[in-house]
Design a protein around this ligand. Sequence first.
Ligand SMILES: *[C@@H]1O[C@H](CO)[C@@H](O)[C@H](O)[C@H]1NC(C)=O
Ligand SMILES: *[C@@H]1O[C@H](CO)[C@@H](O)[C@H](O)[C@H]1NC(C)=O
Length: 221
Amino acid sequence: MFLPRGKMEKTSLLWQLCLCLLLSCTLQARLTVSPSSSQVFEGDFVSLSCEEDDSSAGWTLRRNTSKEKSSQCGIDWGRSAGSSCIVSHIISWDSGVYWCESREGPISNMVNLTVTGGSVILQSPVLPVMEGDDVTLLCKTKTTPSNLPAAFYKDGSLIRKQPTGHMTIQHVSRSDEGLYKCDISGHGESPSSWITVTEKHTTTPTPTWKSNPDPSAMRTG
Ligand SMILES: *[C@@H]1O[C@H](CO)[C@@H](O)[C@H](O)[C@H]1NC(C)=O
Ligand SMILES: *[C@@H]1O[C@H](CO)[C@@H](O)[C@H](O)[C@H]1NC(C)=O
């Protein structure tokens, strides 16, 4: 099938754009946290990883806390172990925003980590939740093996009391986005954490460019 010359050029330009986008996406790192929870207890062992397809990219893990800005794993805090960073005895001061960053500039998704000296945490997703998915929140104490009755709050209001400390939100929608916390009678209240819900058709996080971030290349029409 023949296309008029003008159309051909436009098509190949689109292909180049697609390839470029694909490349940028595969070169993006993803920050994951283990245990997979936005809240942990003081004294817990936490491992953070920059997962990437291109191992030569040279990602570093950084964080902002209330005390320090853009401080680097292995130098300012934590112990660097390959593409992971280990904090073997986490403390309240380690609470903050964490991300992976390459020398070239692009950054990964960000993770809010809250470390509590209290005795209750809410285990909520570290990464944004996709619209339509089910999300399970777990309210747990430091000392008792879980399964205690818990109350769950969203934006300050009680939403559910659950006998086993688990709460599942089915088919999450944008209206479920908010600040969550939980409470276990006789043990106390957890800190609050944001649950972010992303639209199904969008990819998260927004692609950041590894190289050639010429914005004019985007405007082909
Ligand atoms: C970290 O702190 C710096 C300096 O205050 C700020 O410019 C930057 O946006 C912060 N990054 C995140 C991910 O919050
Ligand atoms: C981190 O927490 C702050 C509020 O404490 C919120 O505004 C922000 O959206 C959170 N960021 C992420 C990536 O969840």
